[in-house]
Ligand binder design. Sequence first.
Ligand SMILES: O=c1nc2n(C[C@H](O)[C@H](O)[C@H](O)CO)c3cc(O)ccc3cc-2c(=O)[nH]1
Ligand SMILES: C[C@H]1O[C@@H](n2cnc3c(N)ncnc32)[C@H](O)[C@@H]1O
Ligand code: SF4
Length: 398
Amino acid sequence: MISVSEAISYEFATGPDLYALCQEAAKVRDASWGNQLTYSKKVFIPLTNMCRDSCGYCTFVQSPESATSNYMTPEQVLKTAREGAALDCKEALFSLGERPEERHQKARDILASLGYTDTLDYLHDQCENVLTNTTLLPHVNAGALSYDELKRLKPVAASMGMMLENVSSALLKKGQAHYACPDKTPKRRLDTIEQAGKLDIAFTTGILIGIGESWEDRVHSLVAIRERHEMYGHLQEVIIQNFRAKDGTAMEGCHEPDLDDMKRTIAMARLILPADISIQAPPNLEVEYGSYINAGINDFGGISPLTKDFINPERAWPQISSVAQACEGLGYSLAERLTIYDRFYSENNDSQQSNVQKIDSQSRAYLTPDLLHRVIDLSRMPGLIQNTKVRTEGGVIA
Ligand SMILES: O=c1nc2n(C[C@H](O)[C@H](O)[C@H](O)CO)c3cc(O)ccc3cc-2c(=O)[nH]1
Ligand SMILES: C[C@H]1O[C@@H](n2cnc3c(N)ncnc32)[C@H](O)[C@@H]1O
Ligand code: SF4
C-alpha cells in the first residue's frame, strides 16, 4: 500500500506512464483476486425519488411538484423482486433519496397513506417484504445513516452501502456539486462508514470522480476509506464511479472524466486500498469498460437483466455475455457473486481480518442467523462463484 505523499507526488497524478501504473495495479489485483472477476445479478428498487438534498449532478431526484415524484408501493416492490427472482437475480438493490419527509409535504402525505411517518421505517418493511416473499437479498443504499438507523436495518439487509463521494468540503459551497446537500457533508458520510463498522455491517462505499474535486481530494478520500477499514475491517468494496453529465441538472455543462482519468484513479485506488477490498467500477458508464480490467478492478458491481440503472437511466447495462467476453479476451473469467462477499460469512473471515485493530473479534457477525442461512443457501446455487467453507457463529456448517 502506498502513502498519501506517494499517491500525490508519485508520477500518479500527472505522470506520463499510465500504462506502467496500470500494470502495477493489475499485479496487485492478480495477487489477491487471481483471474476471477465478478458481478452481482440484481434488480434496482428506487423506493422513493424524492430527497431533501439537491446534488448538482442528480436526475434521480424529483421535486415534489413533478408528476413523477413518488414512493413505490409494496406491490410494486414485490412485483419487481419476483420478476427479478424469475430471471435468476439474487440481489434487490434499494436505492433512494435521503429523508424526503424532512423537506417535502408531499413525501409526508404519501408516507402517511402507506401508514408511515419515516422513510427508513418504510424501507425496513420493504426489505422485509422482499425477504419474506422472495429469495433475493436486499442491499440498502439509502445515503447517510445514523448508528441506530443502521442497526435497525441490519437484520433485513445482507449488505449496505453509501458512496463517500469525496471528503472535500469545498464541494458544499454555492455553485458546487454538493451545495444545499445536508447529507453530503464529509462528516456525515465518514460517520456513516464508521457506525457501519461498529455494527459489523458488510459495507460498500466509493468515490464519485469529476464533480469538482482535485486529484489530492481523491487521494484523501481513498485514504479516509482505508483508515476506516483499518479500524473495523468491514468494507467489502470501493466503487470508482465516473460522473456523467445529465441534461437539465446544474452540472449539465460540466466536463466528464475520460477513460484515462478513470484508469488512473482505479489504479491509484488499487494501490492505496488494502488487498481484501474489492475495487468495482460500473460497466454502463463507459463504453470501453473492458479497459478497467487492465487498471486493476476485480468487480463490475450490480448488473440487471430486468431493471435499468435508475441513477443513470440513459446508460443501458451491457449484456452479461458481453462483459464475460471482455474479461475472457484479457485472460480473466467472469462469475456471479452475492451482494455480500464470501469472506464476511466464510471460514476465511478471521485470517482475512488479521490486520484489523478491532479488539472484540468474538462478536463479529455480519449477518443475523436468519440472513446467514439464506445467504448460504443462495451461495450454493449453480453459476455462483463457489465458496467452499461457510460457517455460523458456532462453527463450520458446510
Ligand atoms: O446500478 C447502480 N448500482 C449502484 N450500486 C449497487 C452496486 O452496483 C451493487 O449492486 C452493490 O454494490 C452490490 O455489491 C451502489 C451500491 C452502493 O452501496 C453505493 C452506491 C451504488 C451506486 C450504484 C449506481 O449508481 N448504480
Ligand atoms: C448512488 C450513487 O450514484 C451516484 N450518482 C448520482 N448521480 C450521478 C451521475 N450523474 N453520474 C454518476 N454517478 C452519479 C452518487 O454518488 C450516488 O451516491
Ligand atoms: S444523489 Fe442521492 S442525495 Fe443527491 S440528490 Fe440524488 S438522491 Fe438525493
